[in-house]
Ligand binder design. Structure first.
Ligand SMILES: Nc1ncnc2c1ncn2[C@@H]1O[C@H](COP(=O)(O)OP(=O)(O)O)[C@@H](O)[C@H]1O
Ligand SMILES: [Mg+2]
Length: 425
């Protein structure tokens, strides 16, 4: 039910329903206020009378368990109330996780580590956000691991990351991304280097599982692991690998019975595999939109957003001072490999990169490793730069960087396939 007045439009929602809207037009702004009742956006409670602002690209649902009145002003492309939502199933998942957490707390064990899997655009990230929000709202401090190298929300595309969730996601900006643990991968899809992908996932799983034991509250809260939408062939094998690496207690499968059945067959019987419906509100994104959201994520890394703008630096680095490497040498036939080496090892090899004009627009990852003698793949990441100019005459590149010059001494940079057109300066 809705009603127009001078202050925009009022929507009256019954219990267990949600208001969904999408904004597609540039410059469009939508303001939303909770007038009465209780409501939440993907698990974050709305504050009554507060004005929330949404811009282009927003696709949201405001759900209410008890019923509420919302006021909306501004132009939306799609806006409707739906009573068909899977929220009750999702909150039941949360309740089940809470049982694990209570048990873990009592016996000083690790809390539940769960994987959220499913094809692209089924609401995996949204379900993670809901479960994490519900967890912090009852006092938990879970870890959020994002293995999605294409559309990850914690770091920038081409990396996997983990962050400690200490408070609910902001309605407008999502979770705070403070002090994440990031590992470099360098490709937009695990298919870019399957061997390396599994290696970095194993490393992050090992490190974060260990870190659980250091903090009692986080230990019993557990880890929620988000995954890529690539679920066929090798993509499926990556999911099995991740489930093993994290010793997952449960796997929540969104919207795909076939994947659910495959997992039931392939994971040990003590892992709970749960099939969940996707929300009718989740809409498929085109390839272009996915590309745009990757760009947007990188832009935000360097420039922040309207509420919190960042001012990145730009400086020149001579080729001779650029210690640039890439992970994965071109494949060699087994007959050409040194004795004792497998083709697989080649995929994890750290090889020097000679600067050429083709470096332009590429993201370079600043590793915490100081030399290639260290385990570069197993070392986490300090930050990212972007190549904004390659000058072959001057034998130098211009780098866009969140930190001022110079690069740290002995800075070791890793080439990424991911590119970013910097036209924001
Ligand atoms: N109930 C809903 N109503 C409207 N939009 C939704 C709903 N749930 C999720 N979305 C939106 O759908 C898009 C895709 O969801 P997302 O969780 O990112 O999917 P995935 O991680 O599986 O690719 C996101 O923009 C998200 O905000
Ligand atoms: Mg996602």
């Amino acid at each position: 039910m809705s009603e127009d007045n001078n202050n925009g439009r009022e929507y009256i929602l019954d219990a267990d329903s949600e208001l969904r809207f999408e904004i597609e037009q540039k410059e469009a702004k939508v303001f939303l206020t909770l007038i009465s009742g209780l409501a939440e956006l993907f698990g974050t409670e709305l504050v009554k009378k507060k004005k929330y602002e949404f811009g282009i690209g927003a696709k949201v649902a405001i759900f209410t368990y008890q019923g509420c009145v919302l006021q909306v002003t501004g132009k939306m492309d799609v806006c409707y109330i739906s009573k068909e939502t899977p929220m009750i199933q999702y909150i039941n998942c949360h309740a089940a996780l809470e049982q694990f957490r209570i048990d873990a707390e009592e016996h000083d064990k690790r809390g539940p580590v769960i994987l959220v899997v499913g094809p692209m655009d089924v609401g995996k990230s949204t379900l993670c956000r809901i479960l994490l929000n519900y967890a912090v709202r009852v006092g938990r401090r879970p870890l959020y691991a994002d293995l999605d190298v294409g559309q990850g929300a914690i770091s920038i595309p081409g990396n996997i990351a983990t962050v400690l969730i200490e408070r609910p996601a902001s309605v407008e900006e999502g979770f705070a991304k403070t002090a994440p643990l990031v590992y470099h991968f360098g490709h937009k899809s695990p298919s870019g280097n399957s061997v390396l992908y599994n290696a970095v996932v194993s490393k992050m799983a090992e490190v974060t599982l260990q870190s659980l034991d250091a903090n009692k509250r986080t230990k019993s809260s557990g880890i929620i692991v988000n995954t890529c939408g690539w679920v066929k062939g090798y993509g499926y094998k990556h999911l099995l690998h991740a489930a093993r690496a994290y010793r997952a207690r449960a796997i929540f499968v969104l919207n795909q019975e076939r994947l659910y059945n495959d997992l039931l067959r392939d994971v040990p019987s003590n892992v709970h595999v749960v099939l969940l419906p996707k929300s009718g509100g989740v809409v498929e994104r085109t390839k272009e939109l996915r590309h745009e959201s990757r760009e947007q994520r990188i832009k935000e890394y360097f420039y922040g957003n309207i509420r919190t703008p960042f001012y990145p630096f730009s400086f020149e680095v001579k080729f001779q001072d650029l210690r640039l490497y890439k992970i994965g040498a071109p494949p060699l036939p087994d007959s050409c490999m040194p004795i004792g080496m497998k083709a697989e090892d080649n995929k994890k090899k750290v090889v020097p990169v000679t600067p050429t004009p083709s470096l332009l627009h590429h993201i370079l990852t600043l590793s915490f490793a100081e030399s290639t003698d260290e385990n570069v793949i197993g070392t986490n990441v300090a930050g990212f730069c972007c190549v904004t100019e390659v000058d072959m005459e001057r034998q130098s590149v211009m780098l866009l960087s969140p930190q001022p010059r110079p690069l740290p001494p002995n800075a070791l940079l890793l080439w990424s396939e991911v590119q970013f057109m910097d036209n924001h300066a």
